[in-house]
Design a protein around this ligand. Sequence first.
Ligand SMILES: CC(=O)SCCNC(=O)CCNC(=O)[C@H](O)C(C)(C)COP(=O)(O)OP(=O)(O)OC[C@H]1O[C@@H](n2cnc3c(N)ncnc32)[C@H](O)[C@@H]1OP(=O)(O)O
Ligand SMILES: O=C([O-])CC(=O)C(=O)O
Length: 455
Amino acid sequence: MKNYQLAEYEERFFNQLSNITEKNNLINPELFNKYNVKRGLRDKDGKGVLVGLTEIGEVHGYIIDENETIAVPGRLIYRGIDITDITDGFFKDDRFGFEETCYLLLFGDLPDQDTLMSFERLLSEYRKLPEDFVRDMILKAPSKDMMNVLARSVLALYSFDDNADDTSIKNVLRQCIRLIACFPLLGVYGYQAYSHYHGNNSLFIHSPMPEYSTAENILHMLRPDSKFTNLEAKLLDLALVLHAEHGGGNNSSFITHVATSSGTDTYSVIAAALGSLKGPKHGGANIKVIQMFEDMKQNIRNLDDDEEIEHYLVKLISKEAFDRQGLIYGMGHAVYSVSDPRTLIIKEHAARLAKEKGLEDEYNLYLKVEKMAPEIIGKSRNTFKGVCSNVDFYSGFVYKMLDIPVELFTPIFAISRIAGWSAHRIEEIVNSGKIIRPAYKSVSKRREYVSMDGR
Ligand SMILES: CC(=O)SCCNC(=O)CCNC(=O)[C@H](O)C(C)(C)COP(=O)(O)OP(=O)(O)OC[C@H]1O[C@@H](n2cnc3c(N)ncnc32)[C@H](O)[C@@H]1OP(=O)(O)O
Ligand SMILES: O=C([O-])CC(=O)C(=O)O
């Protein structure tokens, strides 16, 4: 078949087959009610079905009073300690907080000075990729998607580990700490390769500095001149701390539990979690938020006109604008409805940075959308609870102000969340849970097999 004929055949084949596929896979929505299916593992009122216990992170968004669910301002608690106290703690001492947070999540307690120093030394020892890994695995096949680079690099690291399938706690801990240390290199070098081969820019591969924190190393490896200010590094560090953990029920941490429960290796589990985080309803939302605001700025003639902004948001919801998915990105959360505590923290810094960078107009646009969106979503969707902005409403804006390229927004989330995934993998192994295996009811009608000549 000639190439153009093949292309025509393919187009017709897949058009036809995708219509058939959609028709034959659609399940009557009423059946979900009939069989009382907890879609998305949610109760009817939107609350998550209780499927596990954890001591790592607590996501608190409501209280139950006399059987009534009452939404309250959100709180996020790492190993029993409120995230606001954690961030206040290291800000007050003018310290970096991410390494200490990793220690807390992994081991359950805050480290004292000596313990933290030893842990940081270990991380910096581990912040090395196997010989020729950058040349053979990262530079050879650059991808436009750094989450893809992270996932395949993690899977490739399996082959460099002589003890890859050993699921003893000691070995898994070693693997996890190595991954926590190496994620910034994988993400940033992946971006440098992409920027060079696809963007025609000069190629920079800066080796990490042993004395730098994770946040400092990201900026050092990313910027051609390796320069950054203390304020920039501290803000990035804060973002890393805020994204490090979010209970066992968020999509990527739950996947960590599910995959771990099958007994598989650390690299397979983390690759699965990365795939989940990439989704635009989860960690990928930080990229979507920035793109959505760019689209908004291009399509709204007068950004001071609230009616025009409202009109655009309504079009978003009705799938007539931007990516036509019907979502206002950065808004809404499965647990929080009054407020996401991480947003409150990051928003304060976004305001300060926007002022410094002369981007107050853009910040004000964010404020307006954040204020208008809940009502617009509430009017058109079946919301049992209110809708508030989530952490990623402002995180992309902060990264943009830190001159971090958009391709690295979700990878930065992953560089941070690997700490939470690691803690959840270890918790699942220590408690040697059953293999996670919920039920699916089949609703297809039984029928006879028809032999070829009878079809
Ligand atoms: C770090 C993180 O992962 S935070 C989340 C990042 N994701 C985003 O910002 C993407 C936009 N937001 C969303 O898609 C959703 O709010 C989610 C996926 C985060 C949570 O969804 P849910 O748990 O279903 O939220 P909730 O129960 O409050 O939603 C109720 C209804 O409002 C809709 N809704 C919630 N948020 C939004 C939104 N931002 N835009 C449009 N509709 C929304 C839901 O789709 C649902 O409608 P449906 O029943 O017709 O499907
Ligand atoms: O908890 C969730 O569903 C999503 C979230 O905010 C996170 O993972 O940080």
